[in-house]
Design a protein around this ligand. Structure first.
Ligand code: ADP
Ligand code: MG
Length: 224
């Protein structure tokens, strides 16, 4: 499924106090693309990812998945669409503190009234090196382990598209690069679409397509 981001702007607030977080962003994402988006703090990276993944509505413009405008339907349709097609990895992991690692991982399926595929759960947690940690609560895990649990949660429903908003931003450089290598390896094996936001140029360089965003203006970095 291709994603067409068409002339998307986002303005927070109104009148003179309004902040233009995103200024006519335009991009086409092809199925299987691995894209990095780099930009300084406050440049609009999270705003872009939230709008493209349906977490937030644009002020103007549209986001099409195939020929479906995801912001045109109601909230219930959008939530169902997101649960079935999109995995999202946050910088702060966003695990539920009272649930075990395994309960966190399978939560997206339960919300969609689906049963986890035990074999896939085993494969995924094995690949991510967290199979011995599944009964632990998030606070009993290191940052790197928590992010690997969050990755498993993002992938368990086999989404076509994975978004990651500075997935290594809260990790030390060693566990950050391990987490990124795992994400890259999974993307290569499954050919899922992966869009990663970072302000680390080494991480940006792992992607096959690179975009930059400055003051809400998005542009593609073309190879020299
Ligand atoms: P980044 O992820 O690149 O650091 P953001 O997309 O979070 O940047 O923010 C872009 C701009 O929009 C910033 O100036 C930020 O202060 C502003 N902004 C983000 N979210 C809100 C909000 N909910 N209300 C008002 N301003 C916001
Ligand atoms: Mg951000």
């Amino acid at each position: 499924m291709n994603i067409y981001v068409r002339d998307v702007s986002k303005i927070y607030g109104t009148d003179e106090a309004g902040v233009v977080a995103l200024d006519h962003a335009h991009m086409t994402v092809h199925a299987g693309d691995f894209i990095s988006i780099m930009g300084p703090s406050g440049s609009g990276k999270s705003t872009l990812l939230h709008i493209v993944s349906g977490l937030e509505a644009p002020t103007s413009g549209s986001v099409l998945y195939g020929d479906t405008d995801i912001h045109a339907g109601n909230d219930r349709q959008l939530s169902a669409f997101r649960r079935r097609n999109i995995g999202f990895i946050f910088q702060q992991f966003n695990l539920l503190p009272v649930l075990s690692a395994q309960e966190n991982i399978v939560m997206p399926l339960l919300l969609d009234k689906r049963q986890p595929d035990e074999a896939y759960l085993k494969e995924l947690t094995g690949l991510l090196g967290i199979e011995a940690r599944l009964s632990h609560l998030p606070h009993q895990l290191s940052g790197g382990q928590q992010q690997r649990v969050a990755i498993a949660r993002a992938l368990i429903a086999k989404p076509k598209i994975i978004f990651a908003d500075e997935p290594t931003g809260n990790l030390d450089s060693k566990s950050g690069s391990e987490v990124m290598k795992l994400l890259c390896r999974i993307q290569e094996a499954t050919n899922q679409t992966l869009i990663v936001i970072t302000h680390d140029s080494r991480i940006a360089a792992m992607a096959k397509r690179r975009l930059v965003i400055v003051d809400g203006v998005l542009s593609e970095v073309t190879a020299q």
